[in-house]
Design a protein around this ligand. Structure first.
Ligand SMILES: Nc1ncnc2c1ncn2[C@@H]1O[C@H](COP(=O)(O)OP(=O)(O)OP(=O)(O)O)[C@@H](O)[C@H]1O
Ligand SMILES: [Mg+2]
Length: 649
């Protein structure tokens, strides 16, 4: 028998229920007729007055039990998991259906040079130079040799092959360089499907669209959604009689998960930590990525038709909780993982059709230690900026698109003393701070009825008595309010889009911000100018100047500036100019003597150098160290100094 336990239990229940109902029936009939009021169970079958009613009662009970049994069988058939879960017995097939640990194929073994070259559609070019760049050790990139491509073979289209994580199947990304073609290409290598598997996948997709009874995105976590989809898919396969072997099942599930729960074709790109931006300029054009080591390069992912892209873009908007249409063809939003999304729909505003750009969110954001190690700024510059933030001066980080303004803002904000009240105001939530006492406010529906703008949020924030106000990106009328609130003693931080210090002042003092020059000169304290530039053929991000805003000359209406640090592109170094007017301001505000200020800044520099030397770089680690620092700065600095000297010796 298939399920002896289940049947045995069912049979026992039926017999017991039958006996019980029969007994109760006899008992009640007898008491009604006055024959015997309390029959012992052994005697009621021989009791002449009770025998007939006992038979009748038993028959009635049998009918009832048969109905109940039929109901249970019905339930059993239509929801096997629910029943087996409740009874804790389960059917053997259901156990297979719920077993998610199907052994994945070792896809890697199939990656012969020929197979990969064929997959990528690249021609094998004899005797081309081997991989030109070292694999990136940070993310366990495989050298081409590990795929047995480099040794004794003439196939060298790959520069680097990386295994992307978190899949039940092995998914790879390869950077390729083809002979006779400019630049690199990024190729996603996913499991290949046979023609029959492709048909099966399409069928299953159709069935799932019809039969899914919950919105997968409403399931709390992607893991749970994947489990649900797996069960559902196996149920459908059974219901429609599809025989799918476990290896194919794993592959089909990969594609179903990718398309129903995650972001579809571009999902592998979302999993590669070295990709900063993903952009699609239209149908038929490869998706481009901004890749840490190779900058802007095309991928092997393409949305073939306008229809496919339009549908995809609508789905992206939906994933971000927004709606896009020809009437409202531009959407700015955040994806569930925190990535920033900008998209346009159809040919209304973009000639080549729908487009999208994703600025990927880093779950492990860059910290000040990363920025020091990348030489985006020096520990001197970081210590100086830390001190200004600690003393609640107002800083703006200025720079071009993707110059790393928000990243630097986030890294510097970690210096805000733990416990201080922070209110941040952003269009899309990008900040990621360790502070508990932090209200993160985000605008809503800007440009639509019922909108809540940065200006509204900033006004509201002033009523929340913040110690520090952070404005994600200053661009409109909120700038005036920000500077006014700084003038009334709040600390203020923000970013602004501008390519130079002069351009920053210009933006602040002209439409639409229109802040009087006198207010800028007297309230803003410092502009941190950060650029993305090319240095010996590499793209780097550098804080090229730290400019103090010293005051306002009433006669000439000029804002007086002073460069505290400059960056020297020749030596790729940062140099203190030897002048800081803000030290005077701090002395006036807090009574701290200039030599104390220098000593305190130097202490912070030592502490930062120590963290960099010890490779304390994670978001949590750095924030814990900063907290310890605030709890007892001198002890921490002394310890850091001693250890640093020990490391140098
Ligand atoms: N100093 C840095 N070194 C290396 N990568 C960086 C650095 N700063 C930022 N990045 C990376 O660059 C990308 C853009 O960073 P970020 O969002 O901070 O730029 P942004 O100037 O705020 O851009 P936008 O103008 O679009 O707001 C991110 O992927 C980030 O991880
Ligand atoms: Mg930004």
């Amino acid at each position: 028998m298939r399920l002896p336990k289940g049947w045995l239990l069912g049979l026992t229940v039926v017999v017991l229920a039958d006996l019980l109902i029969g007994y109760l029936t006899v008992e009640s009939l007898n008491s009604f007729t006055g024959a015997h009021s309390h029959l012992p169970i052994s005697s009621f079958f021989v009791d002449s007055a009770g025998l007939a009613p006992a038979v009748a009662g038993s028959l009635l009970a049998a009918v009832l039990v048969a109905f109940a049994g039929a109901f249970v069988l019905w339930l059993w058939r239509y929801s096997p998991e629910a029943i087996s879960k409740h009874l804790g017995i389960g059917r053997s097939e259901d156990k297979i259906a719920l077993d998610l640990s199907a052994t994945p194929e070792n896809e890697l073994a199939k990656f012969t040079p020929e197979a990969i070259a064929k997959f990528l559609g690249v021609t094998r070019t004899p005797k081309t130079p081997v991989a030109e760049r070292a694999a990136n050790p940070q993310r366990g990139a495989m050298k081409v040799g590990e795929l047995q491509l480099a040794e004794n073979t003439e196939t060298k289209p790959f520069v680097e092959v990386v295994q992307l994580e978190e899949y039940p199947l092995k998914i790879y990304a390869a950077v390729t360089k083809e002979e006779g073609r400019e630049g690199y290409t990024y190729a996603v290598i996913e499991p290949s499907l046979s023609a029959a598997e492709k048909v099966r996948l399409a069928d299953l997709k159709k069935l799932l669209v019809d039969e899914l009874d919950v919105d997968l995105r409403s399931i709390q976590t992607p893991d749970k959604a994947e489990r649900y989809l797996s069960t559902k898919m196996r149920e459908l396969a059974k219901k429609y009689g599809y025989k799918i072997q476990p290896p194919a099942m794993t592959k089909l599930l990969y594609y179903l998960n990718r398309d129903f729960i995650h972001l579809g074709k571009i999902e592998p790109l979302m999993r590669d930590k070295l990709i900063e931006d993903i952009s699609c300029d239209g149908a038929g054009i490869p998706i481009y990525i901004w890749y840490r080591d190779y900058e802007s390069i095309p991928t092997n992912i393409v949305f073939e038709t306008d229809d496919e892209l339009d549908t995809y873009v609508s789905k992206l908007a939906y994933s971000a909780g927004k709606h896009v249409s020809l009437a409202e063809p531009i959407v700015d939003a955040s994806l569930p993982d925190g990535s920033r999304l900008h998209l346009t729909f159809g040919k209304e505003v973009t000639q080549k059709g729908s487009t999208f750009t994703i600025r990927k969110f880093r779950t492990d954001p860059l910290t000040i230690v990363d920025l020091i190690r990348y030489n985006t700024l020096s520990s001197d510059v970081a210590a100086y900026l830390w001190y200004l933030i600690e003393k609640k001066l107002a800083l703006l980080i200025a720079g071009g698109t993707a110059s790393g303004k928000t990243t630097t803002l986030n890294a510097l904000s970690m210096f805000i003393e733990p416990g201080e009240k922070i209110v941040s105001v952003e269009d899309t939530p990008e900040l990621n701070l360790p502070h508990e006492n932090w209200i993160q406010s985000v605008t809503r529906g800007v440009g639509t009825p019922g909108e809540i703008t940065m200006f509204d949020l900033l006004k509201a924030s002033l009523r929340q008595r913040p110690d520090v106000i952070i404005v994600g990106e200053v661009r409109g009328e909120e700038a005036f309010t920000l500077l006014q609130s700084i003038a009334t003693g709040h600390g203020g931080l923000g970013t602004i889009h501008a390519d130079s210090v002069e351009a920053t002042i210009n933006r602040l003092t002209t439409e639409p911000m229109n802040i009087p020059r006198s207010l800028v000169g007297t309230t803003l304290d410092c502009i941190v100018m950060q650029l993305k530039l090319r240095l010996s053929d590499r793209s780097v991000r550098r804080v090229v100047a730290v400019t103090e805003v010293v005051g306002h000359d009433r006669r000439t209406d000029e804002i007086i500036l002073n460069d505290a640090f400059n960056w020297d592109p020749v030596g790729d170094r940062f140099a203190f100019t030897g002048r800081s007017k803000l030290f005077d301001k701090i002395t006036q505000k807090y009574g701290t003597r200039p030599e104390e200020i220098r000593r305190d800044i130097d202490g912070r520099r030592v502490f930062l150098d120590w963290m960099a030397a010890k490779n304390i770089r994670g978001h949590t680690e750095v924030s814990n160290q900063v907290r310890e620092f605030y709890a007892g700065p001198y002890a921490v600095i002394n310890k850091a100094r001693v250890e640093l000297e020990g490391l140098k010796a």
